[in-house]
Design a protein around this ligand. Sequence first.
Ligand SMILES: [Zn+2]
Ligand SMILES: [Zn+2]
Length: 480
Amino acid sequence: MATITSLGAAREVTGSCHLLETGSARLLLDCGMHQGGDSVSRLQKERFDFRPRDIDAVVLSHAHLDHCGLLPLLVAEGFHGPIYCTEATRNLLAIMLEDAASLYLRDLEAANTRRRRAGSRLIKPRYGMDDVLSVLKYCQPVPWHQAVAIEGDLTLRFLDAGHILGSAIVTLNSGGARPWRLVFSGDLGASDRVLMREPEVPDAADLVLMEGTYGNRDHRSQDATVAELEDIIRQASRDGGNILMPAFAVGRTQELLFHLGCLYHRGLLQNWHVFLDSPMAIEVTRLYDQWLDALDHDDQRVMRHFGAHTLSQFLPVLSPTPTVEDSMQINRMERGAIIIAGSGMCTGGRIRHHLKHRLWQARNHIIFAGFQARGTLGRQLVDGAKQVRMLGQRYAVHAQIHTLGGFSAHAGRSELLRWAGAIGGQPALRLVHGEAEALESLAEGLTAQGHEVSIAAPGEPWPLNSTAPDSGAPPHSYQQ
Ligand SMILES: [Zn+2]
Ligand SMILES: [Zn+2]
């Protein structure tokens, strides 16, 4: 009997990794890392509950690190099979994994320098840059909507998840006498988001492994959120301060650039400079520009209306600051700077240096526009900490902290309920990728809709029933 076992992202948000075992194949759906803490101690703690060499293939939903970050470690520990993903995901993966690896190797070297001086045992790297290159070599791009035969008797098809560039909903059909159909939602986008299209709905499934990050609440509407952003910019103007936006390099940054572009064309940003202070975000933005045709058509039309064919053309006050020298120049700005920098949860990256310079001054504003996982500096700030520790020192929090929930890259509760309800074949639902509270609340809502629902427990194998055969019908999008 085929089973699916959630090894990560079970009653938690990060570390997405699910093991699918059929009679003839062992597959991983995602191979993500946990977030929080520094990159060295975080990676030291990561363990696989299987032998990587026994895995036949990986199916990757998208290129966020909490879904793909452990692929180099998987390869370093013996995996050498195909990694199925969309082509845009493969492009993004190269940027994401190379960045994460250089960060890790740099932090490791620093940690080992300290250890050497203290006479402690050195830490061996768990993977190297060559493993990242192997991951990219093993990637096999699969076109959207095309059914492709993979390991065993499985057929794989990717639908658009509308979450970030390249993000997919994974559908897997088995052959044999008692066929089953598994859907793995990956991360589902919100329907009113800019740049991304709406998540598609699979036509039928027996079991849906479904994300529930925001299973207990709806986001504010996009319009209300943009209005809030506008208010904060006006307030920061009056305060004579700067604005820091910790943002994920992939997705959130490009959306913010689009929104800021719209505000610019409405005359709001004429006295502001927007700094994109992240080499990775700059590279990813270039990739979004390349794939613009695959993104939302209405937003493409808005950009073209203003004669823009790239996000930087759409926001003329934007200055990318790729080098450290460029980044340090921003420190001189007393006022009028909007600084977009990673990492999104303030666990590393240049944002910490900007926080160091600005967090303790009341005239500055910090805008969180994304999910903040437990244990991260971002979560502490959002939860109202009066003082925080970073870069080896304590800092008073006097800057004004704002949370803009409406820019979430994830579907809110109502959208999740609607998405699940639109899937044919009366699938059973198994909830992952959410904190317990969110998943319990979502389970209640889905049960009330008549679904059979369970919440994945870490390491618990779950059977894939065999009922609905594949109808072969095209996917459809739900209507609002
Ligand atoms: Zn994601
Ligand atoms: Zn995720």
